[in-house]
Structure formats: structure tokens, C-alpha cells
Design a protein around this ligand. Sequence first.
Ligand code: FAD
Length: 528
Amino acid sequence: SVGAEALYGPADPLSILNKESVTRAVFNSSSAWLLEFYSSWCGHCINYAPTWRALARDVSDWDPAIKIGVLDCAEEDNYGTCKDFGVTLYPTFRFFKAFTTEFTQGENYKAGNDREIQTVRQVIIDFLQTSPAQSKPQACPTLEPISSSEISSLLTQKQSHYTAIIFESEESYVGREVMLDLIRYSNMVVRRALPSDKAILEKLGIGSVPSCYLIQPNGSHGLIKEVKCLRAQLSSHLKALPNVRKRLPSDTAHSGLNKDAQQGDVAMKEFDRSKLYMADLESGLHYVLRAELANHRTLEGEKLKTFKDFVTILYKLFPGRPHVMKLLETLQEWLVSMPLDKIPYDAILDLVNNRMRISGIFLTNHTQWVGCRGSKSHLRGYPCSLWKLFHSLTVQASVKPDALANTALGADPQAVLQTMRSYIREFFGCRECAKHFEAMAKETMDSVRTPDQAVLWLWRKHNAVNNRLSGAPSEDPKFPKVQWPTSDLCSACHGQTGGGTQSWNENEVLSFLKRYYGKQEISLEFAD
Ligand code: FAD
């Protein structure tokens, strides 16, 4: 398994959901929810996790009104759930209104690509404020500004609690943030008001906005001068007033849901770094067919074409064992016999899963990483296997240059690369990766003229990615990003190094790649 809850752990102030708990959590909940559907292997999700964690901590006091959760779509148990929620790219952010009693896929987070903490906080407020009355969380205060007459009556009526009034412009979020920060605190009511009534402003001595005004339980009132009228300072000040106390949380959702969370180290298998393992290739193929593609309800247009090309390439070039090749052949024949312009993916899954019972056809139905195993459960795994898969396919295409001649793809030296390019663009769940890869492909993929050049092109681009990702949070410290192959794997590949720059002997690199990714050398150890 890729590893559940790997990016987030029990210490994080958010709910780690899975296929069972997500329904329980978001349906008919007294609070709204904002969920991150992520994939533990997606580098961008790994990079973003600290921000999401910090956001959850930042708004943890808003919990009665909105809860923050995460769900790992790379966890096998959750594949079907992510599909039900229509999640195909990672990370995907969805809001769920309070008191939802019908299945809903939630509403997409709308604020461009800026997911800094402050922006997310404001998007949450907009969401709560625009929710219709029947789905407004009970705990959510009135986020609208109060009128002059309400202010006047607050100033004259005796209350048993404090009332803080934040005078601010319409677009300021300070008042609403402080209101939500204080919803779990007793003896404190926070309101906001616009600076529209000059007479009131004058009477209260308010010269500029934002300004914060406090009415004491005993009726005395005045401007808060101890702190600036900024969210963090003001919230801390109000929370610390005498007799203002935090109420205990109304439920214990977090502790219950996070019970099996773990961020643990993974026991490493003893494996040989100089070898390619069939277990990695087959696990990657399993993930492609049963998880990544299965996120799409139907395949049509570019997606269907890409899928068909990919299956053709796999059927002709995957260096697999007979029972896997039989599955690919069955799939290929079925696709050729189905001249449909739209195929429900369930039909493909049915074929991949059920035909396996027929003897002689089988593809492992779980991931078993060996050379792609990370030292932590969220590192390496699937993207590692996808690289290896495509390297193997380019090598097979150069060993068998005529393999695709009689297929729809024809004997095109770029066939594997262009299919990989479409696959990454149409299906690869990591958006950032796809963007980067497309940029590289656009630049130079068209210059590839022979199958050997295709092998070298992919090697060169993979090294460019390694170079870019060196030191990134998705780097496994036990498997640092290096220019590959290192000299212990292939000393002849390395030319003279002058002036600190790496130079390659590309003929040697090509021979090495053909050997390393060649069919004969694949180790069957650990393969099912
Ligand atoms: P990987 O880079 O996955 O390599 C797997 C194995 O391939 C290595 O262990 C080694 O045996 C071999 N190898 C290494 N270099 C080469 C080479 N040059 N030629 C041939 N074989 C080699 N992650 C991000 O965070 N940001 C991105 O933009 C991004 N873009 C990606 C684009 C694509 C197309 C893919 C498939 C993945 C992308 N990733 C990205 C994921 C990232 O490249 C790694 O796959 C992931 O971090 C796991 O790293 P790894 O240590 O297992 O090594």
C-alpha cells in the first residue's frame, strides 16, 4: 500500500478521513467542511501539506462552524471514494455545506491558485456568508454588519457579557475573522459595523477604521487601545479578558478519526539498486489501471485516444510476464472491437478485474514497491514506477523498432514519448508535474528522430527533473535526487569532469539504459 494518512498525522488539528469516515463526517454535519483530497505521492501535495496543516491550526477555533479535513486518494481503500467524489487531480479542495443529507461532491474551492493561509481563510468566510439559511452552521455568527440602531441599543441595554464591535470597511475581513476566532469562547459576542453613520463614529470617538470598541458586562464602554485592530492581536486580547473562557469542544471527531493515523518509517526491503524489479512495474500498472484511470467515469475524446494508444504500447512493448501480457492483449482486443467514442471506465475495470478469474490472466491487485519503496510511506512509490515504466517502454521500442508498425501508432520513433506526454497531460494526478513535463516536451520532443534518441531524450529529461527537485520536500532523504546513473552503477557513462560540470559518454549511457531497462535483467524477486 502507498500508506494511509502519510502526509498528515494525529498531531495535526484536522480530520484525517477515509472511505468510511468521510460520509459520516460531511453528511448532516452541524458544521460545514473544507476537505483536501490529496495523493500522498504527489510532490505538490507534499509541498503544500505544511501550509494546509498551518491553515488548519490557524482556524482550529472555527471548528463548530467549519471543519478542515484531508483524504488520501492514493490509499487503495479510498480509490472508489475519490472516484465517487469526482476527484481526478491532486490536490482538489471541496467545500461541503452544513446539514447536507444527500450525496454531494461538494463545491470546488474558487480563488485561483492562491492558496495562502490568508486567502483560504477569506474564501472560507465568503463560503459561510453566502451559504443559504438552511445550511448555515448554527454556531456560525451573523457575519453581516450591524446597523446604527443596533449599535445604539447595544450601548444602552445591559448585557451579561462583553460585546466587541469592530468598525471596518465593507471589504475588511478582520471583524469576521475575530468573530469566528471567538465562537468557542463564553461571555464574548463580536459584531462588525461599517463606518457609515458619522454621528455614531463621532459619539464613540472613532477617527479611523478599523477600530475596535468594547462594551463591558457592567455597561461601561470605550475604544480598545491596548492592541491594534488586527486579527491576531485583537483575538488574543479578547480571549484574555476576565471571565472569557473557552468552551469544551462539542464533539471529539478528531481524536476518534485519527486513531489509526501514522506517519511512520517504512521497513525497507533488502533490494539491489542496480536492478529493475518487476514488482515495481506491475504495481505501477495496477495503479494506472485501477486507480488513476479509474478516477474517470467515462473516457472520450483525447482521453479515450490516449488510453487506447497507451494500451497499444503496453500490449506491444511492456516487458511483462505472460499472465500480464495476456491481460493487456485482452484489453487491446476489446478496445479494438469496441468502436465507441465513449467508454464507461467501469466496463474497463470489469474486464481488468473479472477476466482475471479466467486462468492465465492476472495483474497484481495491490502495490508492492521494492526499488520504488520510500523510507516514509508517502515518498516515492507510484511516480517512481511511472518513470521506470516509461523508460522500459522506450528501451523496448528501440530493441523492437517494428513492434508498433502494424498498429494505429505506426513505426513512429516518438510513439512512446508522445503517448507518455498525453498520458501525463490527460491523467497524471499531479498537476504541477504535468505542467512541467509538458513544457519540456514542447521544447524538444519533436526533435527525436530515432528510437535510440527517444531513450536518451527521456533519460536527459528525467535528469533535468532530478536536478530541479533536488532538495525539495518530496525528496526521500534515503534516495537523494542525483544525476543518474551514478558512477557506481556505470562508471563508463561518465566522461571527464572539467570545471565541476558533469559530462556524459552518451553511447555508454545508451548501452547502460538498454541493459538496465532491458527485459532480461528484470528481477522477479518480490513479484506476486
Ligand atoms: P524518480 O525520479 O521517480 O526515479 C525513479 C528511478 O528511476 C530512480 O530510482 C532511478 O533508478 C531511475 N532514474 C533516475 N533518474 C533517471 C534517469 N535520468 N534516467 C533513467 N532512470 C532514472 N515531482 C515533483 O515534486 N515535481 C514535479 O514537477 C514532478 N514532475 C514529474 C513528472 C513526471 C513525468 C513524473 C513521472 C514524475 C514527476 N515528479 C515530480 C515526481 C518525481 O520525479 C519523482 O518521481 C518522485 O519524487 C519519486 O522520486 P524517486 O526518488 O523515487 O526517483
